[in-house]
Design a protein around this ligand. Structure first.
Ligand code: SF4
Length: 235
């Protein structure tokens, strides 16, 4: 688990930058297993009052009281990935839905439930997903992740992207350097230069990865998504 000291250093740096974009209090872990999540949410909201704070969970440990506590602490969005068959809620989500009327949310807060198939196959997560193999050879296609996300794993390491949850391709460590230095540093710059040329051969992870995104996906996940959708609705 990430130490409180590492977490506070990250949030303090974001606070000094007056950071106003998205802060995800998880990576590929089940964040509700960490009993410090409510306190971490409170600290994040306190230090970054304009940020969009989110979590994603499988919902097994979630109930309405916990959701309300997280929202009261300053969470903006909870995404629940309900893994089951045939769009059926798992027992905890069934209870959650039955009691959802008790929730009191502000207009800036929402809870989304995504009904996923239990054996759903998504990206191969740079070869780390147990249910999908990588492409036979490195694909030539763009990937936007190192342009828009800076993940930090438990020991403060900053991996190349959120798929690198074992920390195989490290760009820096927040305990040794600032977030900003790592983000604009030579390692990330090299990764971006290669990906802009659709070249994945420079990285053992990118070589094995089947993720690719077209320009529309890129826009949808960018901080400008809202502006683009407003323009699109006026065309
Ligand atoms: S191509 Fe590389 S940077 Fe992009 S998601 Fe895959 S491993 Fe991550």
């Amino acid at each position: 688990m990430m130490s409180e000291g590492t977490f506070e250093k990250i949030i303090n740096e974001l606070s000094q930058l007056n950071y106003r974009n998205r802060i995800l209090l998880y990576n590929n872990n089940e964040c509700l297993m960490d009993e410090r999540l409510i306190e971490f949410t409170r600290v994040t909201r306190d230090k970054c009052p304009h940020a969009d704070v989110q979590i994603e969970t499988n919902g097994i440990l979630l109930d309405v009281d916990l959701a309300q506590e997280l929202m009261n602490a300053g969470m903006n969005r909870i995404i629940i990935n309900n893994y089951n068959t045939g769009n059926n809620p798992i027992p905890s989500i069934k209870n959650f839905l039955a009691e959802a009327h008790k929730l009191s949310l502000s207009p800036k807060q929402n809870i989304t439930i995504i009904f996923r198939e239990k054996n759903e196959v998504l990206s191969n997560m740079a070869g780390n997903a147990p249910n999908k193999k990588g492409p036979a050879s490195s694909i030539r296609d763009f990937c936007s992740w190192p342009f828009i996300y800076l993940p930090v794993i438990h020991d403060g390491s900053v991996p190349i992207c959120c798929c690198d949850f074992y920390g195989d391709e490290i760009m820096g460590n927040v305990n040794e350097d600032s977030l900003l230095n790592i983000w604009v540093g030579s390692k990330f710059r090299r990764v971006r230069e290669k990906l802009l040329r659709n070249d994945r051969t420079f990285s053992l992870l990118c070589q094995k990865c089947d993720w690719h995104d077209g320009i529309l996906d890129l826009i949808a996940r960018s901080p400008f998504a809202e502006t683009f959708s407003r323009i699109a609705s006026q065309i």
